[in-house]
Design a protein around this ligand. Structure first.
Ligand SMILES: C[S@@+](CC[C@H](N)C(=O)[O-])C[C@H]1O[C@@H](n2cnc3c(N)ncnc32)[C@H](O)[C@@H]1O
Length: 240
């Protein structure tokens, strides 16, 4: 990867290792994404983990034998990813950058657990703080759309990408964007989970704009797999 092409868009400032605060703790979406890694052979794969957060996904891929580059725009998260790699005894190349700035190399595996929670009208997306890990614009797709646009250019021949998200953030749009770029897509994991504190706190606003069913307090999270295959390798399957 050309790191010169990875200058952070935001001014991250120096990382003070003593002030590493909370980063997104691995949750159900993290676990679902890690579980999807069981479907492929990680040994020797060149892997890119976008939105690395705590580093849980990057470290899992590295433990499976992949050579992993992890990217997050939050310096606390990149520091946490570095610490997780050291604790696990694996090498992970960690880059603090906006994912939109990742260019210059292709990967056999791309993983991403982006922010995908729809935000109430008027929410400031660029505000610093923990909300940066989940706030994703009115339709939940502020980062997902960028990820879907990036993946085709970063995926090597016969490479595989896994993206986890809530059904509230337009799974169909994810699939259509990746298919339009010539990738084969499958929904490979799905889990129904109780609303976490963020969704509970904005439930009424999201019901008001029609994004939430007022009769449920469950959301589905899904993992979309996208493969760069040779022509005629198979059709899309959406089985789970
Ligand atoms: C939901 S957390 C995922 C953390 C971890 N991968 C996991 O699965 O537990 C999303 C992460 O995306 C990062 N992030 C948000 N917007 C980003 C962007 N534009 N570029 C790079 N990272 C971003 C946040 O800092 C946060 O660490």
């Amino acid at each position: 990867m050309k790191k010169s092409a990875l200058a952070p868009r935001r001014s991250a400032g120096p990382v003070d290792e003593n002030r590493i605060g909370r980063v997104y703790e691995p949750q159900d979406d993290t676990a679902l994404l890690i579980d999807a890694l069981r479907d492929i052979d990680l040994r020797g794969a060149r892997a890119l983990d976008l939105c690395s957060g705590s580093g849980a996904v990057a470290v899992s891929a590295a433990l499976g034998g992949a050579a992993v580059t992890a990217v997050d725009s939050c310096p606390r998260a990149t520091a946490a990813t570095r610490r997780a790699a050291v604790a696990a005894g694996v090498a992970v190349d960690v880059v603090c950058a906006d994912l939109a700035d990742v260019t210059g190399e292709t990967f056999d595996l791309i993983t991403c657990n982006p922010p995908y929670v729809p935000t109430p009208p008027g929410t400031e997306l660029s505000a610093p703080g923990p909300h940066h890990a989940w706030n994703a614009g009115p339709d939940g797709r502020a980062v997902l759309d960028v990820v879907c646009a990036l993946i085709p250019g970063l995926l090597a021949d016969r490479g595989t990408a896994f993206v986890v998200q809530s059904e509230l953030a337009g799974v169909h749009q994810t699939i259509m964007a990746l298919r339009a770029a010539g990738l084969r897509t499958n929904l490979v994991r799905k889990r129904s989970i109780a609303f976490g504190p963020v969704l509970r706190s904005r439930r009424n606003e999201l019901v008001d704009v029609g994004l939430l069913d007022p009769t449920t307090d469950l959301e589905s999270i899904v993992v979309t797999r996208a493969d760069r295959t040779t022509a005629g390798d198979g059709s899309d399957r959406h089985e789970c």
